[in-house]
Design a protein. Sequence first.
Length: 497
Amino acid sequence: MNLHSPVHFSDDNLKPFQALLLEESGMFLDLDRPDRLSCVLADRIDERGFESIEDYHHFLMSHPEGRREIQALIERVTIGETYFYRNIPQFSALREHVLPALVAERAAGSRILTVWSAGCSTGEEPYSLAMTILETIPSPESWTVSILATDINRDSLRKAGEAVYGPRSLRQLPAPWIDKYFHRQGDKYALKDSLKRRVRFIECNLAKDFSTLPGMQNIDVLFCRNVTIYFKLETTRQIVNQFADCLGDNGYLFIGEAETLWQISDRFKPVEFPQTMIYQKTCGSETAILEKPWVSFLSPSAMMEPVAARLTEKKEPTVAGSLASIGGDSSYEQGLEALRVKDYPEALKHFDAAVQSRPNNFLAHFAKASLLAEQQKYNEAIASLQCVIESDNLSSEAHHLMGALYQKTNRFEEAIRAFQAALYIDPGLSLTYFFSGMIYRYEQRFAKARRAFQNALKSLVGKPPEEKVRFSNEVDSETLRGACHRALEELDLRRPA
């Protein structure tokens, strides 16, 4: 049987291999996009001379050489393109902020730096780290710098050890660095031994327990970029928490720009730079923030202003009567005044008094819900929002905030329903589309996630970059566009190569 790519096997054919790869490597290949696995299997079956995919699977599971072939299959599936100095903003953050901070901390003491490149592929990343360190820290010869590089792919590790690269791999490197660290070898570039010996390569399966292995403790800087996108959520959570175990106090974690720690781990806090964001391990009783806390984007004033304006425009007698009663409510007015000066505890006290004296004051209910959300009292906030929706079921603001709070409390099905209600009322809510996409991505409903992020981008067309999006005083249109594009890039990375 001679199979040629592209070949499309049925799900029944692919599921045993999907399960095998998941068990052996932790890598999850989505059968909604089967081309990548199908092509790799077709190539291996052809190369090994098997007559059918069933024969090949039987060989893997029963033959004495099956374990070796499983490793070969894993290596073929995990081949990916990389190059030196990939993602310049992250290396800039390392060079301009992280390394100087570590040097200042250690210069008068241990003068030890430990770095780990996890999922190092053919070596471009760890060698880039070595160059960056040598070009950044003063008197590098007086420091003990340990650079560990790991990967599951043995063939990639072999190539990393050889350290011979084509011009394309060097395209992002500064020209002086190429002259300093490489020598020409025909049409290739060979890394000089002086740099090669600074990096130690070992095989490591991130899906297995690795935090107790030698050399994986008290890491200062850990790069693991565009690796966890191939793992299922629980595996990713396990890996990231082991990374936290491996990192020293306040150690830094660099992940892919399109990756996220949202709903993954609370052991890291974000550190933002002009063009990128990295994560730092939190210590002691410090409370970690999972990225920018999206619920905090729903600032009380940004949520309330459109509610008040929209209700004022309504002509129904019941609404007019409610607004009239609100206008005479001193507690509500005092709450607004406290809100204007950002005295949120005082504002909440007055809004609470307002709803106690006038249960139909749904602006006060909404203000109370917003402030409770700000204080992370999510269930209490949801109860206040239900009072708003009972009075005004066409409040897109209430449905949106309700969805955000359900999302924050992991009630994703209810969150999606609330977001859908908000979008039915107002189809132009870009932040609502974005929140929906985050949930769909978390649930690995990738087609729905992609549509949600694309709809968010469509709703931002024509908006000035500096204009704040609805329901937020912090997020502008350009920031949300960037977040949507990064999310779509991450989803694209899940497509077969």
